[in-house]
Design a protein around this ligand. Structure first.
Ligand SMILES: Cc1ncc(COP(=O)(O)O)c(C=O)c1O
Length: 361
């Protein structure tokens, strides 16, 4: 009987809310450091084809030109590209199409939709939790040898860690689908490297590799819903078979074609370079705050920090007009973690001043 229980009992671990995302944290009058979508005026080369596509809305969408453009960008045949309504749709297609997998493993902390989609489809999900003490780096031997579906982000949201391509490539093997979520790969840059430093998007030699890409972040298209999957044609055919008919609309297809062109890719590299400088500024200012620890070696459009009592700091930040992303809804993190989007130096400086005031109080 309940009333007769005495002594101490371990608390059941609280299951993180996988359905929580940064967009739930923004609100009227708040400066948004919670959502990692770049806010900038849309360039003409992107706005014009999207606008022009409105004239064709009476026709059902034809994905073939966009598919060919994306394929050319990544040096693959069109059959190795599947356009999706954002990267998020890709996770649902995977979970629905790969009903037969026996041991799906999700590497955390990471974006929670891959696990949510697997669970919604009835898969028994196993988590591999990376350790803050190791800077959230993957030791490839943490992945069970018989895992037949492995999902990992690169760079990873929310840790901002960029795993070496070789470590991820080593996980690919016959009989396993290796899903690498590269939704933020276009935000990464490294000195002397012309392209995205650790991307596997052009790798056609790795069995079972499936790369997930998004166009919603750098190009500010979260409301348009456009992304794509890259992988073996036979695997993509299985995913396409469960995709709703005409899932990607004509304006989104126009955006995909525009973003695949060489000028767009050059622009992406320039944005990633500026982002690197802005991130270094944010990291340096965060690191100077007492009690704040920056996780890992950030490589993307956001930075993860640890600070005891971060949940209270977040509430006070909101009170003062700043929205940052809570950490406790990511498996493997907790209330002492916050994710902060990289913004321009002036925004960062104003934010850090407020953060410092709260921490001193
Ligand atoms: C790591 C990661 N992958 C995928 C997505 C989904 O992106 P999309 O807007 O293309 O569906 C997100 C969105 O936040 C994300 O953070």
């Amino acid at each position: 009987m309940r009333g007769q229980l005495t002594g101490t009992f371990p608390l059941a671990p609280v299951e993180p809310d996988l359905a929580h995302h940064g967009d739930a944290e923004v609100g009227e009058g708040l400066v948004d450091l919670a959502v990692n979508v770049r806010r900038a005026p849309m360039p003409g080369w992107l706005a014009e084809p999207i606008m022009a596509s409105l004239a064709d809305l009476a026709a059902y969408p034809d994905p073939r030109p966009a598919r060919a453009a994306v394929a050319a960008r990544h040096g693959r045949p069109p059959a190795e590209v599947l356009l999706t309504a954002g990267a998020a749709e890709g996770f649902v297609l995977l979970a629905q199409a790969l009903r037969g997998v026996r041991r799906p493993v999700v590497v955390h902390p990471q974006f929670t939709e891959p696990e949510a989609a697997l669970r919604a489809a009835g898969h028994p999900v196993e988590r591999v939790l990376l350790d803050a003490a190791d800077g959230f780096r993957l030791a490839p031997d943490r992945i069970p040898a018989d895992a037949d579906l492995v999902m990992i982000g690169n760079p990873t949201n929310p840790t901002s860690v960029l795993h070496p391509a070789a470590d991820l490539a080593a996980l690919a093997r016959p009989g396993r689908v290796l899903v690498v979520d590269e939704a933020f790969a276009d935000t990464t840059a490294a000195p002397g490297v012309p392209g995205e430093p650790e991307s596997l998007a052009a790798r056609r030699d790795l069995p079972g590799l499936l790369v997930v890409r998004s166009l919603t972040k750098t190009w500010g298209l979260a409301g348009l819903r456009i992304g794509y999957l890259l992988g073996e044609a036979a695997l993509l055919e299985r995913l396409a078979a469960v995709q709703p008919l005409w899932a990607v609309g004509t304006p989104a297809l126009a955006a995909a074609s525009a973003c695949a062109g060489p000028a767009a890719v050059r622009a992406e590299r320039a944005i990633a370079g500026q982002l690197t400088a802005d991130r270094e500024h944010l990291v340096a200012r965060l690191a100077a705050l007492p009690g704040v620890r920056v996780a890992g070696r950030p490589a993307s459009a956001f930075v993860l920090i640890h600070r005891p009592g971060a949940d209270r700091v977040r509430a006070e930040l909101r009170h003062r007009g700043w929205a940052v992303r809570r950490g406790d809804t990511f498996p493997g993190l907790g209330p002492d973690w916050l994710r902060i989007a990289v913004r321009d130096r002036a925004t960062t400086d104003a934010f850090i001043d407020t953060l410092a005031e709260i921490m001193e109080a």
